[in-house]
Ligand binder design. Structure first.
Ligand SMILES: C[S@@+](CC[C@H](N)C(=O)[O-])C[C@H]1O[C@@H](n2cnc3c(N)ncnc32)[C@H](O)[C@@H]1O
Length: 194
């Protein structure tokens, strides 16, 4: 019988601003750019859920849909929203492997974070039997799920940023995305407005 297991992330990530400030910087980018009333897809919740929590509490009416591939992180989400229906209303985290994304199940977002692009792809991920997606194809899929004029953000501090930088340069040419001002550790692209 073939292996049917999902490629989960058998770990957890607590907030570590020194090593990985991307989620903190993302919340600051939202503030600095006055992003309000928008929908956000976020790759990688951590156990801390600071993107979902901050966007639920900052009065900006943003809604966050986020993925984790960690069972422990997902349990922390359940604990979090069990205790706070205000957070539950605007922040939904789900458990899955982003490379198994079926575009039919996603709406179109205003802002997409792909901070962990190229970091956690497994050797078998792009196979037809598993997902058929590599990071470039995932980026194309998520671009199709980003509104015209919307933003796609990447993390310059990623250990895979050499790959992500090359990938986004090629993608920008093909998609017409424009690199706008970096924000701290984040590289920010904007899609054409139509
Ligand atoms: C190093 S942690 C960073 C978490 C958070 N963004 C931060 O900076 O504190 C990596 C995150 O990516 C998520 N992740 C890893 N592989 C994934 C996959 N294949 N699909 C979805 N999420 C994944 C993990 O669950 C975790 O939340």
């Amino acid at each position: 019988m073939s292996d049917t297991k999902m490629n989960l992330w058998d770990a957890k990530w607590d907030l570590d601003p020194a090593q990985c400030p991307c989620d903190i910087h993302f919340n600051e980018w939202i503030e600095a750019n006055g992003i309000a009333g928008k929908t956000i897809y976020h790759f990688g919740t951590g156990t801390h859920h600071i993107v979902g929590i901050a966007q639920a509490q900052n009065g900006r009416r943003n809604a966050v849909f986020a993925i984790t591939a960690s069972k422990i992180e997902y349990e922390t989400y359940i604990d979090l929203v069990s205790e706070d229906h205000h957070v539950a209303k605007s922040y939904v985290a789900y458990f899955g492997d982003i490379y198994l994304t079926d575009p039919r199940m996603l709406p179109v977002f205003d802002v997409v974070t792909l901070f962990h692009a190229n970091e956690y792809i497994h050797d078998d991920t792009p196979s037809a039997e598993y997902s058929g997606l590599d990071d470039a194809k995932l980026l194309d899929l998520m671009t199709a799920k980003t509104k015209a004029g919307g933003y796609v953000l990447f993390y310059k501090g990623s250990f895979a940023f050499d790959k992500t930088g090359a990938m986004t340069a090629a993608w920008a040419k093909a998609s017409g995305a424009t690199r706008v001002a970096d924000f701290k550790s984040l590289m920010v692209y904007r899609l054409p407005s139509s």
